[in-house]
Design a protein around this ligand. Structure first.
Ligand SMILES: [Zn+2]
Length: 124
């Protein structure tokens, strides 16, 4: 596999940190007891899905943040979940993960992706 761009590594880290924080807080009773670091099945699926979407993101390291992107590549059910998590956990990220939060802020200032939007049939 091709080595990931640091920007994309960071995107993955950020989304994983947010899903973990959310799951710890709201899904405590649904998480597997055997592994305190594991996610509940629903969040585990969401994280897998987010990683797949990032891997397929047509803009890659030229992307803006997903919240600012014009291509809404998440399917509606997943989009709803990730939006809730961003809304609830986003503001806390400044305290729990200041570096990631700062980079996310800077990445979001890129209003448009630095590559052209691909044809619609590339979306999933
Ligand atoms: Zn969860």
């Amino acid at each position: 596999m091709k080595k990931k761009h640091p920007r994309m590594e960071r995107e993955e880290k950020t989304v994983a940190a947010m899903i973990h924080a959310y799951c710890r807080r709201y899904h405590g009773d649904q998480r597997p007891h055997s592994d305190p670091r594991a996610l509940c099945p629903e969040c585990a699926e969401l994280l897998r899905y987010s990683r797949t979407r990032l891997r397929h993101c047509p803009f890659q390291e030229g992307k803006t943040t997903c919240g600012n992107c014009q291509v809404h590549c998440y399917k509606p059910s997943m989009r709803e979940k990730i939006r809730t998590i961003m809304r609830v956990i986003g503001p806390r990220m400044m305290f729990s993960h200041p570096i990631l939060a700062l980079y996310h802020l800077l990445d979001g200032r890129r209003k448009h992706p630095s590559k052209k939007i691909p044809a619609p049939d590339k979306r999933h």
